[in-house]
Design a protein around this ligand. Structure first.
Ligand code: DQA
Length: 142
């Protein structure tokens, strides 16, 4: 089990096209390439994205048997989803929560994260570098 799951929530399939002034012009493919390039020898990454909460929950359950750590950008579900929080509580490895934007500089509804109640690390505002930091940290921890 040396696979690191990189899970992405709603609207992140449009990364690169969606509000580039906030999220930049790079795509999820770029995220995958970056994560693969920084993961330590012997580790691999598997990037997934869904616009559906239940699908993200199912992938977190899969991670229980298939992944050594999870980097997750839950998108807007960060601020609403107790189901994703509960699913992450069933996972025993390290969890890194990533936000491309600096959510604390934005609207008040983005300041609260359910996922942070489980995450071992929280990264916001570093752009795609946040994913790389999450992967590096998981490689250190496992
Ligand atoms: C986001 C921040 C969320 O508030 C937002 O809903 C997203 C992306 C980020 O990466 O900055 O979809 O998680």
């Amino acid at each position: 089990m040396n696979t690191i799951y990189i899970l992405n929530g709603p609207n992140l399939n449009l990364l690169g096209k969606r509000q580039p002034e906030i999220y930049g012009s790079e795509t999820l493919d770029d995220v995958e390439t970056l994560c693969r390039s920084v993961c330590a020898d012997g580790f691999d990454v598997k990037l997934m994205q869904s616009n559906n909460e239940g699908q993200l929950v199912d992938w977190i359950h899969d991670a229980r048997h298939e992944a050594c750590g999870i980097v997750i950008n839950p998108g807007a579900y960060t601020h609403t989803s107790i189901a994703i929080l509960d699913a992450l509580h069933t996972f025993e490895g390290p969890v890194m929560e990533v936000h491309i934007s600096q959510v604390h500089k934005r609207e008040a509804f983005r300041h609260h994260s359910y996922v942070s109640m489980r995450a071992d690390g929280v990264i916001a505002g570093l752009g795609l570098e946040g994913y790389a930091a999450g992967v590096r940290r998981i490689c250190q921890l496992v």
